[in-house]
Ligand binder design. Sequence first.
Ligand code: ATP
Length: 312
Amino acid sequence: MAAILSIQNISKSYGPIMALKGVSFDVPEGSVFGILGPNGSGKTTLLGTILDVLVAKGGSYSWFGGMQHDAARRQIGSLLETPNFYHYLSAFDNLEITAAIRGRGKDDRDRVLQQVGLYERRKSKFQTYSLGMKQRLAIGAALLGNPKVLVLDEPTNGLDPAGIAEIRDLIRKLNSEGITIIIASHLLDEVEKVCTHVAILKRGDLLLNGPVNEVLLSEDQLEVRAADMDALQQALQTMNGIKKIKLVDNTLQLACDPNITPAQVNEFCISKGIVLSHLLLRKKSLESKFMELTTSPQPSPKEREMGSAAQV
Ligand code: ATP
């Protein structure tokens, strides 16, 4: 997939606070790209920078392979803060005001309302909407002018589970219609459910990025047990593709290369005359990966390069 946005070495500080410390990654066209991080990690600052709301101290970014910024902006819909809709006006009338303020999309309202599933309720007053519907209207406002990319900051903040599910479905639908979506969020399970790619930030450092599947796959773990645990451990030490073996509570935990399947491990053990009494594939969730990355002291990429073990 070609990169729709390429971010190179972006840094940004507020006085002494380094909000972004040389962040680089690409957002592939057609992806749902989650920017994750705990509070204060720099997500909003990064979105503000790539939307030209904030000026970076260093580094650069390019949209659509280097399109001029004003032209690129017209292809991008964004929702950084909830728009101030008028409670006593309908969705249709509210969108007219939004379109006038943004200077785009006045004739686009029917299409947008259909896109976010509010067409039937277009004449209802905003105050009669559920929280999920209000947020769908906010996303609808960002869709005025038919952008190719949607940038959303914490789109499910403050919603109940039903509202969160509505937004999740909408994001999937918009993405299936060809819109690339960039979402900043701290709701890891949501990101896991809806995103194809992810970048994790901590205190302005990029900790990792890549396709969600690859990030998760590389962290899968196999658990095995057999009657003779010593023989099992010795046998598995000779198997190609097993990177790490750890004995925990009379169970061996195996970190394997992504191409190693449980069936292959089973076959290997049988070929060594060992019958497994337990074989379990534990998928590491993004949440546990995230907690591990963001709560344990980690050297920043720069510190790692310098070989320093300083804590962040
Ligand atoms: P949250 O999830 O809490 O919104 P975030 O990941 O979006 O956090 P940012 O809001 O980008 O993070 O903040 C990154 C760092 O920059 C934080 O330490 C924050 O306190 C600081 N910061 C953000 N905006 C400003 C500002 N206008 N003035 C001073 N410091 C700021």
